[in-house]
Design a protein around this ligand. Structure first.
Ligand code: ZN
Ligand code: ZN
Length: 137
């Protein structure tokens, strides 16, 4: 199994993942827009205990997601690069920011897009991406 490695922009956070990705997805919700500084987030989903930090100058922010699930976002304390979000109650998944990987081409391409009801009108996605107005259910 390949090892995926990544980290933040300034280098104070470094991690590795030895699990296979479950799915790669996009989210257009307001929280993701605020926290990413962009129109949507691109995340790669792994089982919760998949991420091992070699350098961990991180800070975390906890909040309730739209579904009521407890979300914990982890980002670099110095440069703010988003690293991962742990979602409690959804099978205890860990969504790692695609931008945090050194070589994102080793991750699966996004196949699912959620919260399309809040997507910016100028966002167009490939036909290969399954689009959901709200969550995946
Ligand atoms: Zn950093
Ligand atoms: Zn979102």
């Amino acid at each position: 199994m390949k090892t995926l490695i990544g980290g933040c922009m300034c280098g104070e956070v470094r991690f590795e993942i030895k699990n296979e990705a479950l799915v790669s997805l996009l989210c257009h919700c307001k929280d993701c827009q605020k926290l990413s500084g962009s129109a949507f987030t691109s995340g790669v989903v792994f089982p919760k205990d998949s991420i091992f930090y070699e350098k961990k100058n991180t800070s975390s922010y906890e909040y309730s997601g739209g579904s009521g699930a407890k979300m914990t976002r982890t980002f670099c304390k110095t440069c703010g690069t988003p690293i991962a979000t742990v979602v409690a109650g959804l099978g205890d998944l860990c969504v790692v920011a695609l931008v945090a990987f050194d070589d994102a081409s080793q991750c699966p391409a996004p196949s699912v897009s959620v919260q399309m009801n809040n997507a910016k009108p100028w966002v167009t996605l490939a036909d290969s991406v399954t689009k959901h107005q709200f969550g995946m259910s």
